[in-house]
Design a protein around this ligand. Structure first.
Ligand code: MG
Ligand code: ZN
Length: 383
């Protein structure tokens, strides 16, 4: 190998290590298509818009990683013209730029949403000086609320990590896993088991979690049976598989987590992520985008089911950024066919939608900074 090619390889590997971006490639859809042929739609329910209070008691934050308006409309078309998202009457837009880049990554994007501060790409809930900044989840804990995280990636991946860990670099998965032990989080469900158990420092964090009273479970059926107590659901060694191969069930995990968290009179905060809408964009795969989008929307359906009954719960659905420069070049509402086109294999700088349902939802309209979303939630919860 020529020295120059070797140096380029070393550089490429270094960049990959730095951002940890390439880890999505450990899971992959089998097809790779620009056109999704259509499929059987699920039924979308309409939920009441009547709420008990002016301010929410509980907040459900739902992040579709890489989910821009085209991703949403691809899902809507594939499902025959409707999504659970139709229930959200307050809609705004979020500007996703990070402190050092027009194009954010999911770490800086996650930190903006979790802590309300712009930071550099790769940062996990630390500011531009790499000093830890408090997240909404941590503030909720301090107030005695219950807390949770659910993700279809590893639970140590950038988006969920931004709510619970403080690390200068998103690729520090083992350090991020160790940060879970420093908190009092009640429920987390996602992949990443090996970051807790196969560690350079030889700590057995699964064992330590058990000692702290967590039910540490790896199987979705067992996880879905948990009704109370602390739960660490680690459903994959690293990332969960793609839909429909995925054993971890996002809508069911959402329902399970909400049931457990709803036993605290002080309320709860949870972040639920549809992680792989992003990976589908990186892979320029319309079918993968549609399937992950519909999975995420059905999780939104579970959140709505809970919130419509509870009437004191605010649901925010947004994205950290758009991925793929995804556009719709054709579609059919009757068959569900979607023809996609991509302008990028990476994130883009376009603003992403913000949807709000529940008490306080009216605050999330217009064009806002991604950091404003966190600030508004903090204000509404009285932190
Ligand atoms: Mg993510
Ligand atoms: Zn991405």
């Amino acid at each position: 190998m020529h020295l120059r090619s070797f140096l380029i390889l070393v550089l490429a590997f270094g960049i990959q290590q730095l951002y940890g971006q390439e880890t999505y490639k450990s899971v992959s859809a089998e097809d790779s298509v620009l056109t999704y042929p259509g499929g059987k739609p699920y039924e979308v329910h309409t939920f009441a818009q009547k709420f008990k209070s002016k301010n929410p008691r509980n907040v459900i934050m739902m992040i579709g990683d890489g989910m821009g308006t085209s991703q949403i409309f691809a899902g809507l078309t594939a499902n025959g013209g409707h999504l659970f998202l139709d229930n959200f009457k307050q809609v705004g837009f979020s500007k996703t730029q990070s402190s050092d880049n027009y194009i954010t990554d999911s770490a800086a994007g996650g930190t903006a949403l979790s802590a309300g501060q712009k930071t550099y790409n790769g940062a996990i809930a630390v500011n531009t000086d790499t000093v830890a900044i408090k997240t909404i989840l941590e503030m909720a804990e301090e107030k005695g609320m219950s807390t949770g995280l659910v993700s279809t990636s590893a639970i140590t991946h950038a988006t969920p990590a931004s709510y619970i860990a403080h690390q200068g670099s998103r690729g520090s998965y083992e350090d991020i896993a160790a940060d879970f032990l420093k908190t009092d989080i009640d429920v987390f469900i996602g992949g990443g088991y090996k970051h807790f158990t196969e560690r350079k420092d030889k700590r057995d964090l699964a064992g330590e979690l058990k000692q702290k009273g967590y039910q540490v479970l790896r199987n979705m059926d067992e996880i879905a049976e948990v009704k109370s107590g602390k739960l660490a659901g680690l459903t994959a060694d690293e990332h969960n598989e793609v839909v429909p191969k995925r054993k971890m069930d996002l809508p069911l995990s959402t329902k399970t987590a909400l049931h457990i968290l709803d036993q605290n009179e002080k309320g709860f905060f949870i972040m639920i992520e549809g992680s792989q809408i992003d990976w589908a964009g990186h892979q320029k795969n319309t079918g993968y985008i549609v399937r992950e989008m519909l999975d995420f929307d059905q999780a939104i359906g579970k959140a709505l089911e809970f919130a419509a009954k509870d009437r004191e719960t605010l649901i925010i659905v947004t994205a950290d950024h758009e991925t793929g420069g995804f556009a719709l070049a054709g579609g059919d509402m009757k068959t569900g066919m979607v023809k996609g086109a991509f302008t990028s294999g990476n994130h883009t700088g376009v603003m992403v939608p913000v949807f709000a349902y529940g008490p306080g939802a009216e605050n999330f309209t217009g064009i806002m900074e991604n950091t404003d979303i966190a600030k508004k939630i903090i204000t509404l919860l009285g932190f």
